[in-house]
Design a protein around this ligand. Structure first.
Ligand code: ADP
Ligand code: MG
Length: 237
């Protein structure tokens, strides 16, 4: 499916956002790395679907009623085999929040290599049009509001500057005994979101808000492990 098809089919289903699986397919269309994944139905044995995936896995609930999956008990990381995947899905189905939600199914995906968690986002400013943002995940964004914004489209030099502006930028250079993260991979993600050919500009009419939270950036690359796109109410061109 092309990006336009993904958006069209969400709208046809009466949705105002893309589910995580569709969101990640959209990112892949723009060359952004996402974990290999499969969707599993609540009552389906996961085993046969996992043959193309490499453990360890992550299991996540996919529901239009659940925005923050972890808060709802809907994310389990570090799962090593299909028996544990089935058990995680059963346990999630029994969770009170998940039990009463509408379910699209469960996303089973590969774990990204460990690294720093960043947030890359996009939104539409009524005055300036599409804006692209980046920040370090967790408390840096939520509590310290340590983020950098630019009007899209950005160029490579802008993406570099955005990262240098972050107060927590030192974490990218190998704090906590870690190797420095691959800044170029992160900059590529920023350009694929907010650059001239990036998704914010190309899908300007349809995407009201983009939230890649987190993008896990390791020594070798950057993988968007969560993706949320809110569609414009009007839609289309
Ligand atoms: P939500 O934000 O809805 O709670 P996420 O999909 O962001 O759910 O998952 C929560 C956390 O789990 C992420 O911030 C990340 O730390 C971890 N995580 C999720 N998916 C993966 C993955 N594929 N590889 C490694 N860690 C992951
Ligand atoms: Mg998330």
């Amino acid at each position: 499916m092309t990006a336009d098809d993904l958006i069209r089919s969400a709208r046809a289903a009466g949705r105002s956002s893309l589910d995580e699986s569709a969101g990640k397919r959209l990112l892949a269309q723009f060359g952004i790395a996402v974990p290999s994944s499969v969707m599993v139905a609540p009552d389906e044995p996961a085993g046969p679907k996992l043959t193309g995936l490499r453990a360890p896995f992550v299991v996540k609930v996919v529901s239009p009623d659940i925005l923050h999956k972890s808060d709802a008990g809907g994310v389990r990381v570090g799962i090593t085999d299909s028996t544990q995947v089935d058990a995680a899905i059963r346990a999630m189905c029994a969770h009170p929040v998940i039990a009463k939600a509408r379910l699209d199914g469960f996303l089973v995906e590969e774990m990204a290599p460990p690294g720093e968690e960043l947030v890359v986002g996009g939104l539409k400013d009524p005055q300036f049009g599409p804006l692209v943002m980046v920040g370090l995940g967790g408390i840096f964004v939520e509590v310290m509001q340590d983020v950098a914004f630019r009007i899209a489209p950005i160029e490579r030099i802008d993406a570099h500057e955005m990262l240098s502006e972050l107060k927590a930028a030192a974490l990218l250079d190998g704090a906590r005994g870690r190797a420095p993260v691959c800044r170029e991979a992160l900059i590529d993600v920023l350009l694929r979101v907010g650059g001239a050919g990036g998704l914010l500009l190309r899908l300007h009419d349809d995407i009201a808000e983009a939230d890649l939270n987190p993008v896990i950036v390791s020594e070798r690359g950057a993988v968007a492990v969560d993706a949320r796109f809110i569609l414009t109410p009007e839609g289309g061109k």
